[in-house]
Design a protein around this ligand. Sequence first.
Ligand code: PBG
Length: 323
Amino acid sequence: MFPIKRNRRLRKNNTIRKLVQENNLSPNDFIVPLFIIEGKNKKEKIESMPDYYRYSIDLIKKEVKKLWEIGLKSVLLFVKVDESLKDNKGSEAINHDGLIQRAIKSIKNSVPEMIIISDVALDPYSSYGHDGIVKDGKILNDKTIEILSHMALSHAKCGADIIAPSDMMDGRILAIRKILEKNKFHDTGIMSYSAKYASSLYAPFRNALDSSPGFGDKKTYQLDIHNSNQAINQTINDIREGADIVMIKPGIAYLDIVSQLKSRINTPIACYQVSGEYSMLKAASKLGYLDYESVIYEQLISFKRAGAKLIASYFAKEIAKKL
Ligand code: PBG
């Protein structure tokens, strides 16, 4: 008898394909990154990220309402900080009346059910454009996590549901968990960027926030693109330190890490389809080189197949409308 197995039986039409489909995409899977600026009634284009915008707080509230209406459940907040407020101490990062703090409060007030995830790292606030305090050309670990933990606490006080440290310093998850517990924010979650690589795919984001490193690169803290063991170890360690969700970043090029982790941990895994991935697809689509929507769908479903539950994506709104 030949062929012994007719695999095509389960692919013979769309109905049967749907019946055996292992993964799908739902608006519940997405985290929507948002860029916030000072001012009123402002919606600014981001040159490096076509069709993506920076919004002032009044407009971001409207945007978040729209996102909620189309079924999206979480937003990830980033701010663009005025040059005059940047220093090497993270002063503005812990200013209780700072831009992100005000943004968290306003969004929480207008759409209380929306899960607010706030980015915790010093780069948008740093006069050096680094994620930590700089001394003699080096990024100080312990001094940085002290400030990050206060930054996290100030976000929690404003109503952030989940704190997302994206800095890649050692020990920051435990430091943040401790300060949150001590201040009775028992229910504030931590989504750790546990495996964040020193990737060239962040360039459009750094342009959006004006947060490029002023000297050197981020290779002393972000992961080496040649390695996977460190990513696995650090992620397991972050879970031990108290992370509720772990994140792998960037996306498509790092799905091997997602897949390895999926077989080893039971903590929800998030994956970040970063700015460079967004801009590449946008550019190709503007040139008419590919069927943009089906390529986005294919990439997003690959995150699910690899084992991610959550996907942070600049395409979230566009795709969720279609699901
Ligand atoms: C900053 C931060 C970065 C991103 C998220 N948080 C940039 C960086 O580490 O330089 C990148 C996101 C993207 O490219 O979409 N800590």
